[in-house]
Design a protein around this ligand. Structure first.
Ligand code: ATP
Ligand code: TPS
Ligand code: MG
Length: 300
């Protein structure tokens, strides 16, 4: 099969009829009209064989995971996902059917979340499969990582830890609807990929390190796997939770709890106080990111 044959087959599976999409897939670039009054969001994330999935992971699940990783970033801004472009560098020996199934898994997920794949690139090389997806979205009011203040509460969706052994890292649901709902509450928000501790530190650092964060250890829901509950260390550092954590003013706690319309768990897990960028537990023990490492590609 040639690249052009592969693309012809792929294009026949893509939705048509979006009136804002003025140049669809197949030209030198895609083009879309932006909706006036909205912010356009854009982000990219990768999926690498041996790093984000094992060689025997089913290809449809890999394709969906790549899109869901990117959807999680749109969710963290409180945005609505729109368009995606996909860059593929597959191993020379990768079976054609594997690549087809990877695309099909991604397209099924795209349909579920109303995302349109409007471009991409194909290449092959002797190395592991590596994919990069760029996503766009829109938001009337993007929620940034900065914005938490003294006295704000830290809330979280979902459960934490044991993502890899439980295969949550493959089967998670990106918190798109929750993120859009939270755009009306959150002063600062981030999605959790590298572990609760490292990603909370990023939230703190974005507030120019004028705050400390006290985590309510007992209130952070652990994931369970084979009757084992994630330990506090696993909660803090395992990563790939793909949940949202966010700051709200303390006087909106009851309103948030009472109006939360989702089955997704919602937990109050901490409180911001004036400080210097440190994270403590409720027994005032310092949770140091240097001793409780999260996931860092350049350290592992
Ligand atoms: N090579 C790069 N060039 C330019 N900007 C980058 C590059 N790598 C990362 N960034 C930017 O740095 C910031 C942090 O990137 P990072 O990938 O850690 O965030 P993330 O995508 O939310 O997390 P994760 O990749 O763990 O899901 C983002 O704003 C990202 O766009
Ligand atoms: C084969 C395999 N080995 C290890 C892991 C665990 N893992 C990989 S990347 C990452 C952090 C987030 O990555 P990023 O910073 O790129 O978003 C974690 C926790 C996995 N999923 N698959
Ligand atoms: Mg990233």
């Amino acid at each position: 099969m040639t690249e052009d044959d592969f693309l012809k087959d792929l294009f026949s599976k893509l939705p048509t009829g979006d009136s804002n999409l003025t140049v669809p897939n197949g030209d030198d670039t895609a083009a879309f009209r932006s909706t006036t009054g909205m912010h356009t969001l854009i982000a990219c994330d990768q999926l690498i064989e041996g790093r984000h999935y094992l060689s025997d992971t089913p290809p449809k699940i890999c394709g969906a995971k790549l899109l869901k990783r990117n959807l999680s970033d749109i969710a963290a801004m409180g945005g609505i996902p729109k368009y995606a472009v996909l860059s593929c560098n597959v191993n020379n020996d990768c079976p054609e059917q594997w690549l087809k199934d990877f695309h099909q898994g991604l397209l099924d997920c795209a349909q579920q979340y109303n995302v349109q794949l409007i471009g991409g690139d194909l290449a092959s090389s002797p190395g592991p499969n590596a994919f990069s997806l760029t996503i766009t979205g829109e938001s009337s009011q993007p929620i940034q990582r900065s914005g938490a203040e003294d006295g704000d509460l830290l809330f979280a969706t979902g459960e934490f830890g044991l993502s890899f052994p439980s295969e949550h890292h493959l089967h998670f649901t990106p918190r798109i609807k929750e993120g859009q709902f939270l755009a009306n509450f959150a002063k600062a928000m981030i999605d959790l990929t590298d572990g609760l501790l490292l990603d909370s530190q990023r939230l703190l650092n974005a507030s120019k390190q004028t705050l400390d964060l006290q985590l309510f250890k007992e209130l952070i829901p652990p994931r369970s796997h084979h009757q084992e509950l994630a330990s506090f260390q696993e909660i803090l550092t395992d990563g790939e939770d793909y949940e949202l954590i966010f700051a709200i003013p303390a006087n909106r706690e009851i309103e948030l709890q009472n109006s939360w319309p989702f089955e997704t768990k919602l937990s109050k897990i901490g409180e911001f106080k004036k400080g210097t960028g440190k994270i403590y537990d409720n027994e005032h023990l310092l949770l140091d990111i240097h001793t409780n490492k999260g996931f860092d590609h350049f350290q592992s």
